[in-house]
Design a binder for this molecule. Structure first.
Ligand code: NAP
Length: 280
């Protein structure tokens, strides 16, 4: 039987997941399809029932359904419980299990492309939104020395840090305070949406605060190299873009659905071709 997969969101037309997973299925020689599914808020329960009825092996879930979908699932993996959101659903003969592969996808990418070992490092996370949640949770599993979350709305940084305080040394602060702490940081990660298409000239922080040798990472992958990364490169930083996170969150999902190793290079190249850029 053909493998049925998809991605549910609102809107969904912009999603690059169908093209990436379509290429991955072809590369693996698997007969099947990965389709975009435009699901509105009130339809989520019926959509999950349809996953069972239509025999989908699984779906990705994206904005704005990552939290709301949890109540329609039969089981939650630890990764979803830790983050409080689901981006991947696996259907085992009608039993739906929710996973979160965003944070672990990001960390797999950071380790593969920039810093092999995160233990003992000092990490500054800019932003305290949905993506930061998954990332902080996954970073703490790597035993860093310290994680500092800095956000425009300082209270949200404090709340997020409080959520994970039992898992490691994590604190929250306002974005205005980073000038006093960044010198002691090894890695800075932008999880805000500042610098994303269609505003590629914007930056979430003053790049003159970056120092030579530090790792500057950005979750944004459109553009493939954000202005923050370009400015970091000019100042002798090691730079790391968001494309790997997108590829690896999808790779984990595909591996859960198929049991096969995902063709990550094919997936990466497909997105680069789609964005009309070069690897960053
Ligand atoms: P979100 O929940 O809406 O959070 C947005 C964050 O950005 C908040 O911390 C917000 O601060 C901050 N922010 C927004 N505008 C700002 C501004 N003008 N100045 C300073 N801070 C600002 O969004 P999200 O889901 O976490 O996504 C964040 C980014 O991650 C997006 O660019 C998204 O594309 C990217 N992302 C990439 C991947 C990938 O696979 N590579 C996956 C997920 C997300 P306040 O709290 O003060 O509003």
């Amino acid at each position: 039987m053909d493998l049925l997969l998809g991605v549910m969101g609102d809107p969904i037309v912009q999603s690059k997941s169908p093209v990436m997973h379509g290429a991955a299925l072809r590369a693996l020689g698997i007969q099947g399809a990965y389709v975009p599914l435009h699901i509105r808020g009130g339809q989520l329960g019926e959509a999950m029932q349809a996953v069972r009825t239509l025999g989908f092996r699984g779906v990705n879930v994206t904005i704005p359904h990552k939290v709301a979908v949890m109540e329609y699932l039969d089981k939650l993996d630890e990764s979803a419980v830790a983050v409080g959101a689901v981006n991947t659903v696996v259907n085992d003969n009608g039993v739906l299990t929710g996973y979160n592969t965003d944070g672990i996808g990001y960390v797999r990418s950071l380790k593969a492309e920039a810093v092999g070992d995160l233990s003992g490092t000092r990490i500054l996370v800019l932003g305290a939104g949905g993506a930061a949640r998954g990332i902080v949770s996954a970073l703490l599993l790597e035993k860093p020395e310290a994680v500092v979350i800095a956000n425009r709305t300082a209270d949200k940084a404090g709340e997020l840090a409080g959520l994970y305080s039992s898992k490691g040394n994590v604190t929250g602060t306002g974005m205005a305070d980073i000038s006093g702490i960044i010198r002691s940081m090894d890695i800075v990660i932008n999880t805000t949406s500042v610098g994303m298409f269609p505003y590629p000239d914007e930056m979430p922080m003053d790049p003159d605060l970056l120092h030579e040798g530090m790792v500057v990472s950005d979750l944004i992958y459109n553009p493939l190299e954000t202005r923050l990364l370009t400015e970091g490169r000019k100042r002798g930083c090691i730079i790391h873009g968001g494309l790997g996170m997108f590829v690896y969150q999808g790779a984990y999902a595909l591996e859960y659905w198929t049991g096969q190793t995902a063709p990550t290079e094919v997936m990466r190249q497909t997105i680069i071709d789609c964005l009309g850029g070069s690897a960053g």
